[in-house]
Unconditional design. Structure first.
Length: 197
Protein backbone atom coordinates (compact mmCIF):
# COMPACT_ATOMS: atom_id res chain seq x y z
CA UNK A 1 0.00 0.00 0.00
CA UNK A 2 1.38 3.39 -1.04
CA UNK A 3 2.18 6.02 1.60
CA UNK A 4 1.09 9.61 0.88
CA UNK A 5 3.81 11.82 2.31
CA UNK A 6 3.85 15.37 3.61
CA UNK A 7 6.82 17.72 3.41
CA UNK A 8 9.66 16.58 5.67
CA UNK A 9 8.28 13.06 6.16
CA UNK A 10 10.49 10.00 5.67
CA UNK A 11 9.44 6.47 4.81
CA UNK A 12 11.37 3.21 4.49
CA UNK A 13 11.33 1.79 0.98
CA UNK A 14 10.50 -1.90 1.10
CA UNK A 15 8.42 -4.56 -0.56
CA UNK A 16 5.10 -5.26 1.11
CA UNK A 17 5.72 -9.03 0.98
CA UNK A 18 9.05 -8.72 2.80
CA UNK A 19 11.17 -9.58 -0.24
CA UNK A 20 14.28 -7.73 -1.39
CA UNK A 21 13.65 -4.40 -3.13
CA UNK A 22 16.06 -4.48 -6.06
CA UNK A 23 15.01 -1.73 -8.44
CA UNK A 24 12.70 1.27 -8.20
CA UNK A 25 11.30 3.80 -10.64
CA UNK A 26 11.01 7.42 -9.57
CA UNK A 27 8.21 9.16 -11.42
CA UNK A 28 7.93 12.94 -11.46
CA UNK A 29 4.95 14.82 -12.81
CA UNK A 30 3.57 18.34 -13.17
CA UNK A 31 1.04 20.32 -15.17
CA UNK A 32 1.27 23.79 -16.57
CA UNK A 33 -1.29 25.99 -14.86
CA UNK A 34 -4.09 26.91 -17.24
CA UNK A 35 -4.85 30.58 -17.82
CA UNK A 36 -8.40 31.71 -17.18
CA UNK A 37 -10.58 34.44 -18.60
CA UNK A 38 -9.68 36.77 -21.45
CA UNK A 39 -5.94 35.83 -21.55
CA UNK A 40 -6.65 32.10 -21.96
CA UNK A 41 -7.06 32.52 -25.73
CA UNK A 42 -3.54 33.93 -26.20
CA UNK A 43 -0.95 31.38 -27.25
CA UNK A 44 2.26 31.31 -25.21
CA UNK A 45 5.61 31.65 -26.92
CA UNK A 46 6.99 28.55 -25.14
CA UNK A 47 5.53 25.71 -23.08
CA UNK A 48 7.15 25.23 -19.67
CA UNK A 49 9.88 22.61 -20.06
CA UNK A 50 10.69 21.05 -16.68
CA UNK A 51 13.78 18.85 -16.53
CA UNK A 52 14.12 16.13 -13.88
CA UNK A 53 17.58 15.05 -12.74
CA UNK A 54 19.15 12.65 -10.24
CA UNK A 55 22.22 13.66 -8.26
CA UNK A 56 24.15 10.67 -6.92
CA UNK A 57 26.11 11.41 -3.75
CA UNK A 58 28.98 9.59 -2.09
CA UNK A 59 29.13 10.00 1.67
CA UNK A 60 26.40 12.62 1.35
CA UNK A 61 28.19 14.81 -1.24
CA UNK A 62 28.28 15.16 -5.02
CA UNK A 63 31.85 14.30 -5.98
CA UNK A 64 31.87 14.39 -9.78
CA UNK A 65 29.71 15.88 -12.54
CA UNK A 66 29.43 12.40 -14.07
CA UNK A 67 27.27 11.54 -11.04
CA UNK A 68 24.49 13.79 -12.35
CA UNK A 69 21.92 11.95 -14.47
CA UNK A 70 19.82 14.32 -16.59
CA UNK A 71 18.69 14.91 -20.20
CA UNK A 72 22.34 15.46 -21.26
CA UNK A 73 23.65 12.34 -19.46
CA UNK A 74 20.84 9.77 -19.43
CA UNK A 75 22.78 6.90 -17.86
CA UNK A 76 25.16 6.76 -14.90
CA UNK A 77 28.52 5.12 -15.68
CA UNK A 78 27.62 2.19 -13.38
CA UNK A 79 24.26 1.64 -15.12
CA UNK A 80 22.57 1.98 -11.74
CA UNK A 81 20.62 5.17 -12.49
CA UNK A 82 18.92 5.74 -15.86
CA UNK A 83 16.85 8.71 -17.03
CA UNK A 84 14.07 7.47 -19.31
CA UNK A 85 13.95 10.60 -21.48
CA UNK A 86 13.09 14.29 -21.59
CA UNK A 87 9.46 15.47 -21.75
CA UNK A 88 9.47 18.97 -23.25
CA UNK A 89 5.94 20.06 -22.28
CA UNK A 90 4.61 18.09 -19.28
CA UNK A 91 1.48 17.32 -21.29
CA UNK A 92 -0.59 14.23 -20.49
CA UNK A 93 -1.53 12.32 -17.36
CA UNK A 94 0.74 10.38 -15.02
CA UNK A 95 4.52 10.62 -14.82
CA UNK A 96 6.10 13.20 -17.10
CA UNK A 97 9.63 11.90 -16.57
CA UNK A 98 10.95 8.72 -14.96
CA UNK A 99 14.31 7.76 -13.51
CA UNK A 100 15.12 4.14 -12.65
CA UNK A 101 17.42 3.30 -9.75
CA UNK A 102 18.91 -0.20 -9.58
CA UNK A 103 19.67 -0.49 -5.86
CA UNK A 104 21.86 -3.56 -6.35
CA UNK A 105 24.08 -1.88 -8.99
CA UNK A 106 24.50 1.34 -7.02
CA UNK A 107 28.03 1.32 -5.52
CA UNK A 108 28.13 0.85 -1.75
CA UNK A 109 29.71 4.29 -1.19
CA UNK A 110 26.76 5.97 -2.97
CA UNK A 111 24.45 6.65 -0.05
CA UNK A 112 22.09 9.28 -1.41
CA UNK A 113 20.22 10.02 -4.66
CA UNK A 114 18.63 13.47 -4.80
CA UNK A 115 15.82 14.19 -7.27
CA UNK A 116 15.59 17.75 -8.55
CA UNK A 117 13.72 19.59 -11.29
CA UNK A 118 14.60 22.84 -12.99
CA UNK A 119 12.77 24.86 -15.64
CA UNK A 120 14.70 24.96 -18.89
CA UNK A 121 15.64 28.54 -19.92
CA UNK A 122 13.54 29.90 -17.03
CA UNK A 123 15.20 33.34 -17.03
CA UNK A 124 14.95 33.84 -20.79
CA UNK A 125 11.32 32.72 -20.88
CA UNK A 126 10.31 34.37 -17.58
CA UNK A 127 8.91 31.10 -16.21
CA UNK A 128 8.78 29.77 -12.64
CA UNK A 129 7.17 27.06 -10.51
CA UNK A 130 4.28 29.36 -9.59
CA UNK A 131 3.08 28.58 -13.13
CA UNK A 132 3.08 24.83 -12.36
CA UNK A 133 0.35 22.80 -10.66
CA UNK A 134 -0.16 19.18 -9.56
CA UNK A 135 3.58 18.56 -9.08
CA UNK A 136 4.47 15.22 -7.50
CA UNK A 137 7.17 12.63 -7.02
CA UNK A 138 6.38 8.96 -6.53
CA UNK A 139 8.41 5.79 -6.16
CA UNK A 140 7.31 2.36 -7.30
CA UNK A 141 8.80 -1.12 -7.37
CA UNK A 142 10.14 -1.75 -10.89
CA UNK A 143 9.44 -5.49 -10.60
CA UNK A 144 5.81 -5.32 -9.49
CA UNK A 145 4.81 -1.75 -10.48
CA UNK A 146 3.45 -1.35 -6.95
CA UNK A 147 3.63 2.25 -5.76
CA UNK A 148 5.56 2.56 -2.49
CA UNK A 149 5.10 6.27 -1.74
CA UNK A 150 3.98 9.55 -3.26
CA UNK A 151 4.55 13.17 -2.33
CA UNK A 152 2.33 15.91 -3.79
CA UNK A 153 3.89 19.38 -3.66
CA UNK A 154 1.14 21.74 -2.52
CA UNK A 155 2.93 24.98 -1.63
CA UNK A 156 3.05 28.14 -3.72
CA UNK A 157 6.46 28.20 -5.40
CA UNK A 158 6.08 31.50 -7.26
CA UNK A 159 9.43 32.90 -8.38
CA UNK A 160 11.25 29.58 -7.87
CA UNK A 161 13.00 28.16 -10.92
CA UNK A 162 14.47 25.02 -9.36
CA UNK A 163 12.99 22.42 -7.05
CA UNK A 164 14.44 19.76 -4.76
CA UNK A 165 11.62 17.21 -4.81
CA UNK A 166 13.11 14.58 -2.50
CA UNK A 167 15.94 12.17 -1.82
CA UNK A 168 16.58 8.48 -1.34
CA UNK A 169 19.09 7.76 1.45
CA UNK A 170 20.82 4.52 2.40
CA UNK A 171 21.63 3.89 6.05
CA UNK A 172 22.70 0.44 7.29
CA UNK A 173 21.55 -1.03 3.95
CA UNK A 174 18.03 0.33 4.46
CA UNK A 175 16.71 2.78 1.86
CA UNK A 176 14.45 5.64 2.90
CA UNK A 177 12.75 8.37 0.93
CA UNK A 178 12.63 11.90 2.33
CA UNK A 179 10.01 14.33 0.94
CA UNK A 180 11.75 17.72 0.68
CA UNK A 181 9.81 20.09 -1.60
CA UNK A 182 12.31 22.96 -1.41
CA UNK A 183 12.14 25.64 -4.08
CA UNK A 184 15.32 27.39 -5.25
CA UNK A 185 16.33 30.20 -7.60
CA UNK A 186 18.71 27.95 -9.58
CA UNK A 187 18.28 28.23 -13.35
CA UNK A 188 19.93 24.98 -14.44
CA UNK A 189 21.12 21.61 -13.20
CA UNK A 190 24.72 22.83 -12.79
CA UNK A 191 23.76 25.52 -10.28
CA UNK A 192 21.35 23.16 -8.49
CA UNK A 193 24.07 20.51 -8.22
CA UNK A 194 26.48 22.95 -6.53
CA UNK A 195 24.23 22.84 -3.45
CA UNK A 196 25.30 19.24 -2.81
CA UNK A 197 29.07 19.51 -3.19
Amino acid sequence: MSVNLVKGQKVELKKTNGGVLRKVVVGLGWDEMQKKGFFASFKKAHPIDCDASAIICRNGKLVNDSDIVYFGNLKHKTGSVIHMGDNLTGAGDGDDEQITVDLEKLPSNCDKVIFVVNIYMSSERNQHFGMISNAFIRIFDAETNQELCKYNLTEDYSGMTGMIFGEMCRCNNIWQFNAIGQGTHDNDIRSLAKRFR
